[in-house]
Design a protein around this ligand. Sequence first.
Ligand code: AMP
Length: 418
Amino acid sequence: MSFNNLRLIEPILAALSKEGYTTPTPVQQQSIPQILEGRDLLGCAQTGTGKTAAFTIPVLQLMHQHLNHHSGRRRIQTLILTPTRELAIQIGESIKAYGHFLPFKHQVIYGGVSQVPQVQAIRQGVDILVATPGRLMDLMKQNVLHLNDIKYFILDEADRMLDMGFVQDVKRIIAKLPAKKQTLFFSATMPAEIMQLANMLLNNPVKVDVTPVSSTIEAIQQQIYYVDKINKLKLLVHLLKDESIQTMLVFIQMKHHADKLERQLNYYGIPTEAIHGNKVQSARQRALENFKNRKIRVLVATDIAARGIDIDDLSHVLNYDLPNVPETYVHRIGRTGRAGARGIAISFCDWSEKSFLSDIQKLIKKTIPVLKGHPFENSQMHFEPVKAGQGSSNGGMQNGNRNAGRLGSRRGRVFSQA
Ligand code: AMP
């Protein structure tokens, strides 16, 4: 299958060939023809699958087909709502790339920076608006813009909107949209509240599901290192002696731990920066640029700050802490191994994190290999503890039933793999 089979117009085919794309990804193959037919769409796909192009390309084509040269001033016809500034910027870059030979103007708006240039650009007229919910609400309240002319509405990363507490804002924005429009709804997971929102918003949608969780991470080599918490820094410094590790994105749970690890690695002579929610947008953007340009080798990030980070050739992801929500593990390691490239995902695991590891392995339906014999290994962790009240005569049964009583409530959050 090539892009030529998708009945795309010449200016878009030319832009794709300029980008070096030849083959549409599965989400693109499944979504583009349906969107071009005018259908609403419910897409279960996460960052890294090519979903941005899957909605941007057909919407640009539809806009071009309905282009009215005599309509005077530009009106916002397309609204793309996305949870983070980083994602908004990346979507803006995609529109610029795929729409290179088309006459549309787009503007990206997000909070944490001055609104003045954003407002000026909107006043000059735009066709496509990419926005985070908070800034969009602000500008609507100030009457800088209205959404009466929207024909195409894309809600990106709906589940993250929920995680980040934006759902009420999103609902308020939806209430301002015209009833007649084409809606494309993307989410990596489909918890009940997101399904409700989708049902409310979508009109007889086509469903596209390209994220059976385990298959997205098949290309990634995963490894566990059993290590006590106090030895994690030493182990990381030891691993980074390997110069073949050119870039490493390190995930850490707490903001102040991110700052501390940044200081510690720099002390060891490893150029590092940290990004998290307390850093101003310009500092986060700068750190990301420095990482992409290889001015720093390690980027330490909390989950929220790392959302949607798009780095094409990231070789290593490290879970300095294991996440307690197993889907977060999949989101994190999905940052590497993009577009078929080989990625390595390393996870440090101490005693307190062993139950998180077992939840993760249940979700991805695979046992992650444990790397033995490293200098900071806690070799005791290779054995399961014998719990009080369980005699050794239980034998192998004890492991099999270990998690029997654990809450399984999170299982319902992902689409089934059927
Ligand atoms: P996304 O899932 O939208 O964040 O896209 C992930 C990455 O894949 C981005 O860096 C895109 O530029 C890239 N990409 C998207 N579609 C294709 C394609 N058909 N061929 C090659 N790369 C692509």
